[in-house]
Design a binder for this molecule. Structure first.
Ligand SMILES: Nc1ncnc2c1ncn2[C@@H]1O[C@H](COP(=O)(O)OP(=O)(O)OP(=O)(O)O)[C@@H](O)[C@H]1O
Ligand SMILES: [Mg+2]
Length: 445
């Protein structure tokens, strides 16, 4: 629900605007000056403040300054009379999103507001994507191997050397790469990730280096490659082990010359890019097999980093579990906890899929576990092995079937206890002899 605050001392103007915005479906409040607007903002988070510039007590310009200080996400649009354009432009310089000259067309106003709302939505989306891409996530874990890794990351961040990050799948190589970039002096410049395995070999060159218009069929526009986009920043060549041989030669040239050439380009373009590479493959084996160039391999591993598998960093499992459960719990508004037996089993499991596997398991449990306290039997069977049986493992059934099974078991118990004496059994069961007889027939006892 979009919330708008209108600050305007002219009654007719204010009422007209407010009515129009409400008709449009936006929740709209109104005040007569800046002081009142600030009071309202203490109670409600507004997406947009629409304010007159000249008002008694506190005008639009001062209100703008206060809003930017206390609620930077709120956008301010100013309304001003013809002749005061200078004031309005001045406000734009101080952070107002837009201004509109009175008298205005109401449709023009809604158009401007809608445009701002769209921009706000895009900003929010970008912020959430940034976290989804795992670019700024913390590296959790304080085991000894993890501490060594973190201190290596800090050292490496201070240089611009090429780094080769190796490690099993799911160990967190991408997080390590992002940490190197965000700890380095390039942190405010672009961080670009290219997955060499996901892009078809034929497209990878133009993806990395760009192409000139007309370079090949379908190249109807100039396209800037990832290396140029990453200028002054860092590029991560993820899954480098899957880079085709002919492109490996070109990458070697980039490393040697600090220059790239667009596909179909006439002249090299110099770039200042820090290169990080990562792979789950053992590149020395790829070199022996002839699928990876030896010279490139040596150039890439100026600084080699190996991310240890999860099974070699015990202690981290508990920490990661707490971290992920908190994260998934926040998404669902629940406070998940793991029973101590369940935590022990997680700690004993070798996690061939490493942190990714642990994260996936916990995410699945946060969706499927019946209660916030996750028990041993809630863990997937491949992790807990045959360690425990729980009614939960029975295939789900209807209530009627479950009740019948329980009834049958109860009757059998009573008959056993009374050595088949139906009268006594009926008494124990609290039913009539006839009723017992009918049920025995029903269950073929
Ligand atoms: N130390 C860690 N702290 C928090 N989350 C982690 C950690 N290590 C890995 N993860 C999470 O585990 C998942 C896998 O990590 P990532 O994608 O970096 O693995 P990878 O080594 O690149 O694997 P692959 O070789 O399969 O690409 C991601 O969701 C990541 O956020
Ligand atoms: Mg990866």
């Amino acid at each position: 629900m979009v919330r708008i605050l209108v600050a305007e001392d002219d009654d007719i103007m204010r009422i007209t605007v407010v009515d129009h915005l409400r008709l449009h479906g936006w929740m709209t409040d109104e005040v007569l000056n800046g002081t009142a607007a600030l009071l309202m903002m203490k109670e409600t988070n507004y997406d947009i403040v629409l304010s007159d510039i000249r008002m008694p007590e506190m005008g639009g310009e001062q209100l703008l300054a206060e809003v930017k200080k206390t609620s930077p996400g709120t956008e301010v649009i100013l309304m001003t009379a013809h002749g005061n354009t200078d004031d309005a432009v001045n406000c734009l310089k101080k952070g107002a999103a837009d201004y509109i000259l009175k008298p205005f067309n109401l449709d023009d106003l809604t158009f401007r507001i809608q445009r701002l709302i769209n921009i706000q939505a895009i900003k929010a989306r970008c912020a959430s994507l940034e976290t989804c891409f795992g670019q700024r996530q913390p590296l959790i874990g304080s085991s000894a191997p993890m501490q060594r890794l973190l201190s290596l990351i800090s050292q490496v961040s201070q240089t611009s050397s090429t780094v080769l990050i190796q490690g099993e799948s799911g160990t967190g190589k991408e997080l390590v790469a992002a940490a190197i970039h965000y700890e380095s002096q390039r942190a405010d410049n672009p961080y670009i990730r290219v997955n060499c395995a996901a892009i078809p070999a034929g497209l990878l060159e133009s993806e990395l280096f760009g192409h000139e218009k007309g370079a090949f069929t379908g190249a109807d526009q100039l396209s800037i490659g990832k290396f140029e986009l990453a200028n002054q920043g860092t590029i991560l060549l993820d899954e480098i082990g899957d880079m085709p041989l002919e492109l490996q030669v070109k990458l070697l040239r980039v490393l040697q010359e600090q220059e790239i050439e667009r596909v179909g380009g006439k002249a090299p373009i110099s770039v200042d890019v820090r290169i990080l590479c990562s792979t789950a493959k053992d590149l020395s084996v790829e070199v022996e097999n002839g699928t990876f160039r030896k010279d490139l391999f040596y150039r890439l591993q100026v600084i080699p980093i190996t991310v240890p598998p999860l099974r070699e960093r015990h202690g981290d499992i508990t920490e990661l579990t707490d971290y992920f459960l908190k994260q998934f719990g926040e998404e669902r508004g629940l406070a998940f906890k793991l029973s101590s037996e369940a935590l022990q089993v997680l700690n004993d499991y070798p996690f061939p899929g490493n942190v990714r596997e642990l994260r996936n398991v916990l995410e699945r449990m946060s969706v499927l576990a019946p209660a916030p306290l996750i028990q041993l039997w809630d863990l997937p069977v491949e992790i807990r092995g045959g360690k425990t049986d729980h009614p939960k493992d029975e295939t789900p059934t209807t209530l009627a079937v479950a009740v019948s099974a329980a009834e049958k078991k109860c009757i059998l118990n009573a008959l056993k206890k009374t050595a088949g004496n139906k009268t006594e059994a009926a008494e124990i069961l609290g039913i009539s002899r006839k009723n017992l007889w009918e049920k025995m027939k029903q269950y073929q006892l």
